[in-house]
Design a protein around this ligand. Structure first.
Ligand code: NAG
Length: 548
């Protein structure tokens, strides 16, 4: 027994010995045959039966990272590869290599770019231009060189953004849009849902095509997104894998497709309106998150006065289709979010979904609060789904309510939004037509008092300074009614100031009337009639004479 054990043991040792010798021999043979790593790579490529060009990283796009010093870079490849980004500020010798993660998106077709890559860059400097290449380490592939500039963080800078919803591969003016985005050097592009029509179509072919088309811009300008109804397929699978938004894991979790990001004086909060329609289980969680996020944003309002909210579906619209949520009295989006946005003092709400453009007055509870944008006392709503009109254009023949300020619903006219925040008080919004870059609509929102709209407005009037300025500037003011702000239904600071001035003027006039006789008598006494004055002089004279 013992002996046989020893023998079998020896047998194993021998086997191990033979094997290791064999291994050594083969690896030695490999080394001898290997004239460099390229040969192996070549062999790899040949095995895959794809051309080297198709191995190249594609669909490069970037998005803002978790903080103001981070940037996320994503791309796709047809075969598995190690994700590496090399970046530098101009001197390629000093390039830094950062490795990231690769995930396979299973549903894509045979020719599709199944492998998605993400690399997060950290510790970047504001207002600095970075150059980068995306690098496939094991396939030895290299993308074109791209560059991006980090947004500024210091006050005193103007921040500009491109905003639109509902953009797909069929959109006519895609080339214009991309060129415009590059020319204007936007700090970010916000695509508020309905991406590609649809990312998952053709087993991902449409998604690949769309992301390849927008690479020209999205590889250089952070491309920020929210999910729309067209991203819903398979629990938002393609959306969650192909994009990576700040402060979310990747792939993004289907029960948490919302996030916020600070850029300069703006707090952007991006939410999913789809929870109200398809995955109601997440409604409470999202509303709770929104409240927490906006409460926090309000504690930092002096540093970041503007709050801009973006979600796919609007809560106000005046299109002809009556079955749309935004047309209903009890719109799910509106009844779920409006009170919160009002209470948190959200300045601007931007959506897409409806294939037209509409701008509201400052509005709350379906009533316009005022007919101008000076010190708005409620959120302003904008719907910009004008790039999707090629898929189906939404008509608005009967403008919605007194809250609607501007509607553009011409079939086939594609347009986009440009958002500029100049400083703590001045925000400019404009819409331009793609075909000729013609200005279609613009407004200034001037808000010196950012804060929750439902707070009682304690305000010490400054009748001569501010009110005077405003009265002169206010192009919508004609006559007493608009002077008092009575044409709106809300009496804000402006109203109080103006009322105070009117009351003061009234009281002065009244006093003047009542004391008319005494005042006139007094004036007469000293200046107008010589007689009483002479009498007075005589008395004084006499008294003086008596004393002498
Ligand atoms: C804010 O920007 C606007 C527009 O450029 C300008 O008119 C205004 O004076 C600026 N306000 C401050 C306080 O800098």
């Amino acid at each position: 027994m013992v002996l046989s054990n020893i023998y079998s043991c020896h047998g194993y040792i021998c086997l191990a010995f033979v094997l290791s010798v064999g291994c050594l021999y083969t690896s030695a043979a490999d080394t001898a045959a290997d004239t460099g790593p390229k040969v192996v790579l070549q062999a790899n490529r040949e095995n895959l039966k794809v051309s080297p060009a198709s191995l190249k990283p594609q669909q490069v796009h970037i998005s803002l990272g978790d903080t103001a010093t981070d940037m996320t870079i994503m791309w796709a490849t047809r075969v598995h590869d190690i994700s590496v980004v090399e970046y530098h500020t101009g001197d390629r010798q000093k390039a830094i290599k950062v490795e990231g993660e690769t995930i396979k998106l299973d549903t894509t077709n045979e020719d599709g770019a199944k492998y998605l890559h993400r690399v997060c860059l950290h510790g970047l400097q504001p207002q600095t231009k970075y150059f980068y290449n995306v690098h496939g380490e094991s396939m030895d592939t290299l993308s074109d060189q791209f560059s991006f500039t980090m947004p500024p963080v210091l006050a005193g800078n103007t921040h500009s953004f491109m905003v639109y919803g509902d953009l797909g591969t069929e959109t006519h003016d895609m080339q214009f849009l991309l060129q415009e985005a590059l020319n204007e050097k936007y700090e970010a592009v916000f695509h508020v849902g309905d991406i590609a029509y649809d990312l998952n179509k053709g087993q991902g072919q449409i998604g690949d095509k769309f992301l390849q088309k927008i690479e020209k811009v999205a590889a250089r300008t952070p491309y920020m997104t929210v999910p729309g109804d067209h991203e819903r397929n398979d629990e938002f699978l393609h959306y969650r894998y192909r994009f990576s938004m700040p402060n979310l894991p990747w792939p993004m979790p289907s029960d948490n497709l919302w996030y916020s990001i600070d850029i300069g004086p703006i707090h952007f909060v991006l939410y999913s309106t789809e929870v109200f329609f398809y995955d109601e289980v997440n409604i409470e969680e999202m509303l709770q998150w929104l409240k927490t996020d906006l409460d926090k944003a309000n504690t930092q309002r002096s540093a970041r006065p503007w709050i801009i909210a973006m979600g796919h579906r609007p809560m106000y619209c005046s299109i002809d289709k009556n079955d749309e949520d935004c047309k209903r009295d009890n719109s799910l989006v509106r009844t779920s979010l409006e009170d919160l946005f009002y209470a948190e003092g959200v300045d601007l709400v931007i959506s897409g979904h409806e294939h037209y453009y509409e701008r509201t007055w400052p509005v709350y509870n379906k009533r316009a609060i005022q007919y101008n944008y000076r010190e708005p006392a409620a959120p302003v709503h904008i719907t910009i789904g004008t790039l999707g009109s090629v898929y189906e254009s939404d008509k608005s023949t009967n403008v919605g309510g007194q809250w609607s300020a501007f509607v553009l619903s011409e079939t086939g006219k594609e347009s986009f939004g440009r958002l500029k925040v100049f400083n703590a008080t001045h925000l400019h919004w404009e819409v331009r037509e793609c075909a000729n870059n013609k200005l279609v609509d613009q407004i200034w929102i001037i808000q010196p008092y950012h804060r929750p709209f439902n707070l009682p407005r304690v305000f010490i009037p400054n009748p001569l300074g501010e009110m005077g300025d405003k009265w002169l500037q206010n192009e919508n003011s004609f006559g007493l009614e608009s002077f008092l702000g009575l044409s709106g239904s809300h009496y804000g600071d402006d109203y109080q100031t103006k009322l105070t001035v009117l009351v003061c003027v009234f009281v002065i006039c009244l006093l003047g009337l009542m004391l008319r006789k005494k005042v006139l008598g007094f004036i007469r006494l000293c200046c107008l009639k010589q007689e009483p004055c002479n009498k007075l002089k005589a008395v004084v004279h006499n008294n003086v004479g008596a004393n002498v």
